[in-house]
Design a protein around this ligand. Sequence first.
Ligand code: HEC
Ligand code: HEC
Length: 233
Amino acid sequence: MKSALACLLATTVLFTTPASAAPRASRDFNTAIKLKADAERGEGIFTHCVACHGADGGGQATGSVPRIAGQHYRVLLRQLVDFRHGKRWDPRMEGVATSHTVVLELQDLADVAFFISNMPRDGARGVGDGEDVELGEQVYAARCASCHGAQGGGDDARGIPRISGQHAAYLSRQIYDAVDGRRPELSRTHGKLLAPLDFQQIKGLADWLSRVEWQAPHSPPDGSADAEPIKAR
Ligand code: HEC
Ligand code: HEC
């Protein structure tokens, strides 16, 4: 089973051409967000994610695979659609998001996103060396908190990711990926926010965020048909 999936992933990576899919991605997202999501179906689809993201959705403490449990519904859905349309590049994820035999339909993406968003965001995290945590906290308060929230909790309605409780190495990799243009959406939304950050600041930010205890209650998304379609960001 595992090797069959690996094989499928390998061939998909070779033969898919993502490219120029921006309008289609927005259209898909706006369609998907209006679907009524089914957590039970989502749980079944989640079995296809466990090999990498773990049974608890906690990812890998090394940061090679992110924690997805407890991420906001809209954020998860947006990421899955973006992977599917090649707006976010990772060969491991594109295979899953575009061509996995089960996760093909928007309904599947909605269902699995809904299930994951309701998983508890606890469990072990990969943290940094602790040396720049204080600096990270200051930089965060000054430059990031206005959108991502004081505790890094994000905002479902605005499609802003929860970034606290994420593995430090993953967070810093995302920041560098955005700066280098490997995450076009993130580069666009973050504009010039991330580029001026130096090595120590990025290290501190990632370390602090990975250690924040999430205090505020997570309001489970309803994933229902009457959810407002997301506004262009
Ligand atoms: C073969 C391994 C693998 C499988 C299987 C897999 N993922 Fe991933 N996933 C990854 C990796 C690696 C990343 C990080 C990509 C990057 O660094 O940009 C990721 C990233 C993500 C993200 C973005 C997280 C963020 O914080 O931005 C989401 C959402 C996600 N995966 C959901 C899923 C779902 C849902 C499934 C099952 C349907 C799944 N993944 C299956 C490896 C995998
Ligand atoms: C103007 C609002 C805004 C500000 C300020 C902001 N962000 Fe974001 N951030 C967003 C939005 C919206 C997204 C989702 C974009 C996407 O993934 O396409 C995001 C995504 C991210 C991600 C990717 C999360 C993931 O799981 O993939 C990281 C990491 C991040 N931001 C870090 C930061 C840091 C660090 C700062 C401060 C230096 C910051 N952001 C400031 C709005 C903001």
